[in-house]
Design a protein around this ligand. Structure first.
Ligand code: TXA
Ligand code: MG
Length: 346
C-alpha cells in the first residue's frame, strides 16, 4: 500500500479517508496515534493488523470535543464528567461504559471504552474534519516505543496505512494518564503527565472530597487493569541500565569498561554536564543532557530509538528521584516508562 504524506492543508482529504474506513496517522500532544473510524469494525481490525497488536488490547477513542462524549460512552458518572470538563482537551483518558454505537472490535471485546479529547491543534482540526470518533493506539508497531517524532511513525508504519499527517515532535512525549472511576475511587491505570495529586486537588475543588485517588499496579484486585500495560513494551537492542545517582552511574560505567572496553554506550540524564564524573564522557560514549524533566520525557522515546539505530550497546538511563508537586505526574510516568524499557516491570 502506498502511504500518502499529508500536511495541515490536507485535512479535508484526511477526514475523507477516515470516513471511508481508511487509516491515518496523526500527531497528538502525547504521542502520534494510528487512527481509524471508531464505529467501523473493519477500520479497527485494520488498526490491529497494521500495528501487529493482539486484538484483545483495546483502543483509545479520540473526540473533537467533550460534547460528543455521549456518542461513544453511556451512563457517564458525575466524577468522570467533571474530570473530562476539567482536563479536556488534554492528556487524560477516561475508562467509561461503552456505547452500543461502538463495535467490540474497537474496545478489544470489553464493555468499557477509553476516551479522550487531545490537546493539539492539528489533532483537533483533523478530528473535526473527520467528523467521527477516531480510535487510535500509539502509531508504533507492537513492542516498539510510541512515536514522538514523525519519522518514528513513518519508520514503523509507512506502507501499512493510507496516510500520515505530518506534524512537529509531540509536546509531552509520554502517553496519556488513564483513569477509571468507581465507587469512591479514581484509579490510575497508566501514569501520565497528569499526576495523582493534581487529580486529588481538582476533585476537592469540585466538591468530591470523599474520593480517593489510587495508583494501580497490574495486580491490584477489582480494577480493570489497562490490558496494554501487561504486554511487553519497548525492548531495545541495547541493554538498558537504570541509575539513580551519579555515583551509581560512575560505578556502572567502570564495570562496563572493564568487562567490554569496546562497547559504545549512551547516557540520558538531567544532571548538568559539569557534574558528571570524569570517565563517563569519552570517545565511545554519547551523553545526552536534558535541561528539565519535561524535556527528558519529551525526548526519551526518540533518543532511545536514535541511540539504538546508532548501535550503542548499552544505554544508561537516569531514574529521577523525588519530585516537586508540579512535576509529580511527569516523574511518575517517566519512572514507569524507564523501568519498562529496562524490563524491570511488565
Ligand atoms: O496518549 C495516548 O493515550 C496515546 C494517544 C495516541 O492518544 N494513545 C495510546 O494508545 O497510548 P495505546 O493503544 O498505545 O494505549 C492505550 C492503553 C492500553 O494500555 C490499553 O490497554 C488501555 O489504554 N485501554 C484502552 N481502553 C481500555 C479499556 N476500556 N479498559 C482498560 N484499559 C484500556
Ligand atoms: Mg501504545
Amino acid at each position: 500500500m502506498e502511504t500518502l504524506i499529508l500536511g495541515p492543508q490536507d485535512l479535508e482529504r484526511a477526514g475523507r479517508i477516515i470516513r471511508a474506513g481508511g487509516l491515518v496517522v496523526f500527531p497528538t500532544e502525547t504521542v502520534y496515534g494510528l487512527g481509524g473510524d471508531a464505529r467501523n469494525t473493519q477500520a479497527s481490525t485494520k488498526i490491529y493488523a497494521a500495528k501487529g497488536r493482539p486484538s484483545d488490547n483495546p483502543l483509545i477513542v479520540h473526540l473533537a470535543e467533550i460534547g460528543r462524549l455521549s456518542t461513544v460512552a453511556r451512563n457517564v458518572d458525575p466524577v468522570s464528567q467533571y474530570l473530562a470538563e476539567t482536563f479536556w482537551p488534554g492528556p487524560l483518558t477516561l475508562i467509561l461504559p461503552r456505547h452500543s454505537n461502538l463495535p467490540r472490535a474497537t474496545t478489544g471485546g470489553l464493555d468499557t471504552v477509553g476516551v479522550r479529547v487531545p490537546d493539539d491543534h492539528l489533532a483537533l482540526d483533523f478530528l473535526r474534519h473527520a467528523d467521527v470518533p477516531i480510535a487510535a493506539p500509539s502509531a508504533n508497531r507492537s513492542g516498539r516505543p510510541s512515536p514522538t517524532a514523525f519519522w518514528m511513525a513513518q519508520k514503523d508504519l509507512n506502507g501499512r496505512v493510507d496516510a500520515m499527517l505530518q506534524g512537529p515532535d509531540t509536546r509531552i512525549g509520554l502517553e496519556s494518564t488513564i483513569v477509571w472511576v468507581s465507587d469512591k475511587k479514581v484509579s490510575i491505570l497508566r501514569p501520565g503527565s497528569i499526576g495523582p495529586s493534581q487529580i486529588r486537588q481538582v476533585l476537592v475543588l469540585g466538591g468530591f472530597h470523599d474520593f480517593e485517588v489510587q495508583e494501580v499496579s497490574t495486580s491490584t484486585a477489582n480494577v480493570p487493569a489497562a490490558p496494554g500495560t501487561r504486554y511487553r513494551h519497548y525492548s531495545p537492542e541495547a541493554r538498558i541500565q537504570v541509575f539513580s545517582s551519579l555515583e551509581e552511574l560512575e560505578a556502572q560505567v567502570v564495570t562496563l569498561k572493564n568487562a567490554e572496553p569496546e562497547t559504545p554506550y549512551g547516557v540520558l540524564t538531567t544532571h548538568r554536564v559539569q557534574t558528571l564524573p570524569s570517565g563517563v564522557e569519552g570517545p565511545r560514549s554519547k551523553v545526552l543532557v536534558y535541561q528539565t524533566l519535561e524535556e527528558y520525557a519529551q525526548k526519551l522515546y526518540r533518543d532511545l530509538v536514535t541511540l539504538d539505530q546508532e548501535a550503542y550497546g548499552v544505554i544508561f538511563l537516569y531514574q529521577p528521584q523525588g519530585f516537586s508537586s508540579d512535576s509529580e505526574g511527569i516523574v511518575l510516568a517517566l519512572v514507569d516508562r524507564i523501568r519498562r524499557a529496562a524490563g524491570l516491570v511488565g
